[in-house]
Design a binder for this molecule. Sequence first.
Ligand code: FAD
Length: 400
Amino acid sequence: MANSDKTISIAGAGIAGLTMAIALAKFGFRVVVAEKQSTPGEFGAGLQISPNARRVINTLGLDEDFAANSFAPEAVDIYPHKHQTPINSVKLGEFATKRYDGVPYAVAHRADLLNCLYRAAKKFANIDMHFGIEEIDATQTADGVSILLKDKSGAPYPVTARAHIGADGVRSQTRIDHINGKKPNFTGYVAWRALAPIDHIAKFLPTDHTSLFWGPDYHAVLYPLPHQQSVNIALFSTHRHKSIARNQELNLNPDKLSIKENSTLSPLLDSLYDQFTPWPLFGITCDDWYKGNIALIGDAAHAMLPFQAQGAAMGMEDAGLLAVLMAAEPDNAKAFAQYQKLRKPRVDKVQKQSAENGKIFHMRPPKAWARNFVVARQSPDAQLKRLDWIYSHDPFEGML
Ligand SMILES: Cc1cc2nc3c(=O)[nH]c(=O)nc-3n(C[C@H](O)[C@H](O)[C@H](O)COP(=O)(O)OP(=O)(O)OC[C@H]3O[C@@H](n4cnc5c(N)ncnc54)[C@H](O)[C@@H]3O)c2cc1C
């Protein structure tokens, strides 16, 4: 039987779960990670990793590995609907690296980041990872949590832990079973994701820049992944229905979006429309992120719209900070209360900012004209200045 004082169990080997596992392992905890998928890995596309998220990666000692599997674009070019040339170009590259004390703004494939975390987690003898877990049966006890992990064989694997952490994403069973029973809400937006060969995009756009397109009821983000010889494309559309079932047949076609009127974007996408996979976007807000000896991190606690590219970043910040607090404070109630107090105001603000961006990016005329007028006149660092509170943040400041 494991030493319950030094064992933490985690549901989910996603970005937040693996980050937490590595951080806890560094403090000498034994970590048991239970993942539903039968193999590590990630279906999906790209991720922007802003300096605040990169600080967590670097603090875990993964800077070199991540740098080799990511790319730092020079700028974000902003193209409003039907504009052939950008109205502004937000400086990134060296400029952002200097601004954020040597920490770059990068982009990567999700698998690049997950594999980097998985490779690191595998090196720890005190991280015990279980894939293909179909059921996590957790019961709170007076001083911890008693857990039974079951895979398809049905044979239970018992774990006695000081605490159980739900890093099981927006549909978190941990949240539903143990925190507040809340199911996620449809946000009214659908994402469409595809990867295109970098050569295809090179004919239309600079391949060392991120390109951001704004239009009525849609926006699109394209960024190069030169280490993968591909470009990540994410389109986002407003969806008129108030709700959408999780597995509802999505009778949607990106070919029908007003994006088709965008003469820069549309020719570039013409041969790619049938490759787009639609993802209805769900979100969740919770008043409390813990109950007893069970706590939530990442999307399980606060899945947000991806319009500020901060969901994974917030999950990594949560994970890093909670590991430090649990190492410093053996009483879960105190550690969890401190975690929520330090994290929730920031995450709430980022969540609101992400929703606000959706409204701004998808504006129609005449509001869109006013928006373009303002953005076209901003200095190339104005957007960074506005977002310094997100990117300059160091979740470990004064703690390590
Ligand atoms: C289109 C799009 C673009 C995005 N772009 C960005 C971006 O640029 N930058 C950024 O920071 N964020 C971005 N995000 C958000 C980001 O993807 C998420 O916030 C992040 O993946 C959340 O990580 P997580 O580990 O909390 O949850 P997840 O990534 O959902 O991981 C949860 C893990 O738990 C597992 N799991 C689920 N249920 C169970 C269970 N019952 N038992 C065991 N395991 C379970 C899952 O299989 C999964 O491995 C984007 C999201 C979308 C949709």
